[in-house]
Design a protein around this ligand. Structure first.
Ligand SMILES: *Cc1c(COP(=O)(O)O)cnc(C)c1O
Length: 377
């Protein structure tokens, strides 16, 4: 059992509180308009067949919304399946890695994908390039590696990496980017990736359970070329998911409510100005967090290299004289929640989700609340 933190007797004045107190790194804040859309989808969509036009139209709206948001190049396909980003690691190991992958591992999520390919009995052991949490290694061409893998944003540590093809790999090496917490919040040029995959409960402010992958023609070709070379469970079979996606479907039943929330959020971000708008907004929120930490006597960015600091998840270490758990407990008692660090990091830290749905002024309110609590402790 984790130690229960006593909530210190500190009151934050209401005037300091953010309008929305949710700063988690996923599931992350869902806007009221999305809930309204959910209500409006009953009975026209919710509770109806996923093989009939209302849901097919909804899936198509999600596919188009993702393609528009990410400016998907011609020929790229948006494919959906069940099981979240975690299931997509298995999909990728089974359907996209031919013999050997390379993984940049510098946190929990990048590590889990490397574990998946390490355990896959039909693949060679991957080339794993580890770096300490808070830093990152770089991809490099290695003979025999046919898939290069890293997260655009390592959610557990707040490290963001460029999405860029690896030099000198030969033509048919794939780049597989975990964009679960980055997609729609960080700029990207999808020509630099073959699978850009995500789950919708983070920057896209929906709910969990789905994976969405934007696949290049080369990735689609790889999946088809590998078909039949190894046993693949039907639920993880990428050619099956691709075929379903071409009919605006999923292989098995998706969560309709998640799709409704997601479609609404995609329309909202695209209506505000798309990825350029969203990336500028997350950058502004993150800038406020890092600037506050740097000016503070008791806080500093966990990620030492400014070039690696994420605009969608900001990790801030507090000086050992300040009990971060006590600060978080006071915040939580006031409805300001989920600034816990990733549990395995076990640091005296605040981890702040600065996703597109977060108003930068709420971020400023959060840092003012932290200053207030620390001064009162
Ligand atoms: C949350 C997260 C995952 C896991 O997503 P699930 O939907 O829970 O499977 C994978 N990668 C990154 C970068 C994440 O942030």
């Amino acid at each position: 059992m984790a130690a229960v933190t006593q909530v210190p007797d500190v009151t934050i004045p209401t005037s300091l509180l953010p309008r929305d107190g949710r700063f988690g790194s996923g599931p992350a804040r869902v806007r009221r308009a999305q809930l309204d859309a959910l209500v409006a989808a009953n009975p026209s969509v919710l509770g109806t067949s996923h093989r009939q036009p209302p849901v097919l139209d909804l899936v198509r709206r999600v596919q188009q919304g993702v393609a528009d948001l990410l400016l998907a190049p011609d020929g790229y396909e948006v494919v959906l399946g069940n099981g979240g980003a975690t299931a997509f690691w298995d999909v990728a190991a089974l359907n996209l890695v031919r013999e050997r992958s390379q993984h940049l591992v510098h946190g929990e999520f990048s590590g889990r994908f490397a574990t998946a390919t390490t355990r896959a009995p039909f693949l060679a052991d991957p080339d794993v390039r580890r770096a300490d949490p808070g830093s990152a290694s770089s991809p490099a061409a290695v003979e025999g590696v046919d898939a290069y893998c890293w997260p655009q944003n390592e959610t557990s540590t707040g490290v963001a990496l460029p999405v860029r093809r690896v030099e000198d790999t030969g033509d048919d090496a794939l780049v597989l980017v975990d964009a679960t917490s980055a997609a729609g919040g960080l700029a990207v040029d999808l020509r630099e990736a073959d699978a850009y995959y995500l789950a919708p409960q983070k920057n896209l402010g929906s709910d969990g359970g789905l994976w969405i992958a934007v696949l290049s023609p080369a990735a689609v070709e790889r999946a088809h070329a590998l078909a039949g070379s190894r046993w693949v469970p039907a639920s993880l079979d990428l050619p099956t998911a691709i075929a379903a996606g071409r009919k605006a479907q999923t292989y098995n039943t998706p969560a309709l409510a998640t799709l409704v929330l997601l479609a609404e959020q995609l329309d909202w971000v695209n209506g505000q100005g798309g990825l350029a708008w969203a990336a500028a907004r997350t950058a502004e929120s993150a800038r406020r967090v890092y600037a506050w930490a740097q000016a503070s006597t008791y806080a500093e960015p966990f990620v030492a290299d400014p070039a690696l600091r994420s605009d969608v998840v900001a990790t801030i270490d507090l000086h050992e004289s300040v009990d971060a758990a006590a600060v978080r407990a006071v915040l939580r008692a006031h409805g300001v929640v989920d600034v816990e660090p990733y549990r395995a990091l076990a640091r005296n830290q605040l981890r702040i989700g600065t996703f597109a749905a977060v108003d930068p002024d709420d971020v400023s309110a959060l840092t003012a609340c932290v200053d207030h609590v620390v001064a009162a402790l």
